[in-house]
Design a protein around this ligand. Structure first.
Ligand code: VGL
Ligand code: ZN
Length: 224
């Protein structure tokens, strides 16, 4: 029988106070804590926690755009300092939802949820740290101009498959899962351990067409 090469990593996405019970609370996010703690106690080659880690003047905050309300959409352009030679900022406009202030670096709202078993996390990836860069994915920013340490960290550990849990399944989990596939990993979203902002289920088709796989229940991961 062929030797199946399988090196799993767990990626716990943005399980921070502001997303659980704070300024950008994702409905029922606290219900993911038990399944995530179950997964954190299993064996993985690597257990990674990601965190949104914004400066107060972050581009995604409605409060930083005069006359704009939260959940309004605007077009954002990347800071010129990150541009690659072939692009100008005007080529790279992206539609951006404006959020309430959330996960400001070193605040209570940016801390991991108290009941989460963070002691199992071996690596923490912070993202959205530059005021002009929006970074839903834990791999790279929305323009793919900057990457985090995550791709290299996973490759250095020989990881083949990533199991994704946390919030939000229609933003940071979705973008991270789709980028995981783009960066050459097999990606699995564990459905009972994620929750969404919009609760309309629209994220699943998008992830499926990108090649992301799904697992219904965290208990099933123990059997893989
Ligand atoms: C997220 C909105 C803004 C997320 C982060 O973690 O899904 N959503 N920033
Ligand atoms: Zn954010």
């Amino acid at each position: 029988m062929a030797n199946k090469h399988f090196v799993p990593a767990l990626i716990v996405v943005d399980m921070q106070n502001d997303f659980i019970s704070g300024s950008l609370a994702v409905p029922d996010a606290s219900q993911t804590i038990a399944p995530i703690n179950f997964l954190l106690a299993l064996d993985f080659k690597l257990k990674v926690g990601t965190q949104d880690w914004h400066p107060a003047n972050h581009i995604s905050f409605a409060s930083n755009h005069d006359g704009k309300n939260v959940f309004e959409k605007i077009t954002i352009f990347p800071p010129t300092k990150f541009l690659k030679e072939e692009n100008t900022a005007e080529d790279l406009g992206l539609e951006q939802v404006l959020w309430p202030d959330h996960c400001i670096a070193d605040t209570e709202g940016a801390k991991f949820a108290e009941d989460l078993e963070v002691k199992h996390l071996q690596v923490i990836i912070s993202k959205g740290k530059d005021d002009g860069i929006e970074c839903y994915s834990a791999f790279c920013d929305r323009w793919n101009l900057t990457t985090t340490d995550l791709p290299r960290t996973l490759r250095d550990s020989g990881v083949t498959d990533v199991f994704l849990v946390g919030v939000a399944s229609d933003y940071c989990v979705k973008y991270t899962a789709i980028d995981a596939v783009k960066f050459g990993f097999k990606a699995w979203v564990v459905k009972d351990a994620v929750r969404s902002v919009a609760r309309d289920g629209s994220e699943w088709e998008e992830m499926e067409s990108a090649g992301v796989g799904f697992i219904e229940k965290s208990e099933e991961v123990a059997e893989i």
